[in-house]
Write a protein that binds this ligand. Structure first.
Ligand SMILES: [Zn+2]
Length: 120
């Protein structure tokens, strides 16, 4: 086996991110409850001929879904390192079917605690 002189072997440590996964789950559940509430209220108001108010709820419902998705994706790609507070680089680890965020300064690959749905 031949190794070039001056090769720096980079060893990354793997660890679980202490807060992101929990925050993500909590936010997801709350957002989901609000979305469902908007949908039910909108439907009830429309059924009771309160069309203006019902329309407001229906529009809020329609806007809240993409907004929540965009916000969660934004947060997923803007995670802070729990050690040095530097922004992390988030990647999909298809082999492990989960998201990972890398800190180049601490040499840590953080498991953010969010899995990728196996589509195949
Ligand atoms: Zn770091």
């Amino acid at each position: 086996m031949f190794l070039c002189e001056g090769t720096i072997l980079v060893i990354m440590t793997h660890d679980t991110h202490p807060t992101f996964g929990k925050w993500f789950q909590r936010f997801f559940i709350r957002a989901w409850l609000i979305i469902v509430a908007l949908f039910i209220f909108g439907l009830l108001l429309l059924k009771n001929n309160l069309s203006t108010l019902g329309a407001i709820f229906a529009i809020s419902f329609g806007l809240s879904v993409p907004l929540v998705i965009c916000y969660l994706i934004y947060k997923l790609y803007h995670i802070e390192c729990p050690n040095c507070h530097m922004p992390l680089t988030t990647r999909k680890n298809r082999k492990m079917s989960k998201y990972e965020a890398t800190c180049d300064r601490c040499m840590i690959v953080w498991d953010v605690g969010i899995g990728i749905g196996t589509s195949d």
